[in-house]
Design a protein around this ligand. Structure first.
Ligand code: KIV
Ligand code: ZN
Length: 392
């Protein structure tokens, strides 16, 4: 199989069920994983990493069932560069229509010295041996250099070259601890792709953690220099501060196609639905101001913004709510709201034939209430208006 890297199609590799589940307190049962996997498939995710089969019998079962159920997406299973891990991953993937073994080993000095207690040569040899071993079991093999962004560049290049030679079709260089800055991460990929002679035989992949809040920026920086797979999770779930969020990456690629020029196969109208499903299942609430899927992502409160929105949505929205599966944006009534939004709200509530004085009076009373009360509901406005109409 020849992989064309200059295509502008970015492969979306979702790891909500594996790295996402590694968020403390976020474990999911088999049925929950199947429900999430089904929606991921429906929305057009290319690769679903379903778990780490050697980690537990539960993980093994989950990978097996997801592999049995999902027909269109490739199912990936994680494995260290070790025979037992790879055998278990292959066994769990047996029923998959499309399967990928994702094998990894750390390449940074700190991980090799303290965690693996291995030399560079040993890590290199394991990469060669176990990528080759996995490749005998399936023709879709991903190799990851854990903590790749903090690795010695010459050594990283040697490992990448060896992994490709041994049969890896995807090379993932994670920013495991969320340490890299966008330019630095992009230049690492550029350097590795240039220096490794056979780099065009593999798809390069980003996998970014969010410890400095840069996971999405780093992922996009990688795409900017030719990376064509992004590993990400719904709602940015994952170890510590989480992974790059799928919805942010996909919507950034869609909204700024003018500048980035890349596409994905994601049907973005499913984004709100999957975000809510993952949040309900894991019990991890989405912060209100979270990009794309937060409750306030399409809500406007200030008078100036509301006035703009009533005149033309593009004044304060760079994507439509419908494009992420929301019915509409909302004008939230609060102390910053202006007269125009108040009038629109009155109309929506059926008060559309009031005189100017009545509206002004009601608006003043609404502002007084908003100073005292954090959340103003439609019922509060109805109460003000009933009182107002009674006074007339
Ligand atoms: O963050 C990381 O490096 C990982 C690897 C196992 C791919 O999750
Ligand atoms: Zn990770």
């Amino acid at each position: 199989m020849t992989i064309i890297r200059d295509s502008n199609r970015v492969i979306i590799f979702d790891t909500t069920l594996r790295d996402g589940e590694q968020a403390p307190g976020c474990s999911m049962n088999l049925d929950e994983k199947l429900r999430i996997a089904t929606v991921l498939e429906e929305m057009g995710v290319d690769v679903i990493e379903a778990g780490f089969p050697i980690a537990s019998n539960g993980d093994f079962e989950a990978v097996r069932e997801v592999a049995r159920t999902v027909k269109n997406a490739t199912i990936a299973a994680l494995a260290r560069t070790a025979r037992a891990d790879i055998d278990r991953a292959a066994e769990a993937l047996q029923l998959a229509q499309r399967k990928r073994i994702h094998t990894f080993i750390s390449t940074s000095p700190v991980h090799m010295n303290y965690m693996l207690k291995m030399t560079e040569e040993e890590v290199l040899q394991r990469t060669i041996d176990y990528v080759g071993y996995a490749r005998n079991l399936t023709d879709d093999v991903e190799w990851s250099a854990q903590d790749g962004s903090r690795s010695d560049r010459d050594f990283l290049c040697r490992c990448v070259e060896a992994a490709i030679k041994a049969g890896a079709t995807t090379i993932n260089i994670p920013d495991t601890v969320g340490y890299a800055l966008p330019e630095e991460y992009a230049s690492m990929f550029k350097d590795v792709m240039t220096r490794v002679p056979n780099s065009d035989k593999a798809i390069f992949s980003v996998h970014c953690h969010n410890d400095l809040g840069l996971a999405v920026a780093n992922s996009l920086a990688g795409i900017g220099v030719g990376v064509r797979q992004v590993e990400c999770t719904i709602n940015g779930l994952g170890e510590r501060a989480g992974n790059a969020s799928l919805e942010e990456i996909v919507m950034a690629l869609r909204t700024r196609h003018d500048l980035i020029g890349c596409t994905t196969g994601i049907k973005t109208e499913h984004i709100t639905r999957i975000s809510r499903l993952v949040s309900t299942i894991t019990g991890f609430q989405v912060q209100p101001n979270k990009a794309i899927v937060g409750a306030n992502a399409f809500a406007h409160e200030s008078g100036i913004h509301q006035d703009g929105m009533l005149k033309h949505a593009e004044t304060y929205e760079i994507m439509t709510p419908e494009s992420v599966g929301l019915n509409r944006s909302s004008l939230v009534m609060g102390k910053h709201s202006g007269r125009a939004a108040f009038r629109a709200k009155l109309k929506e509530l059926g008060y559309d034939d009031l005189g100017e004085n009545a509206v002004n009076d009601a608006f003043g009373r609404f502002k007084d209430l908003a100073d005292r009360k954090k959340d103003i509901y439609d019922e509060d406005i109805v109460a003000i208006m009933d009182d107002e109409v009674g006074r007339q």
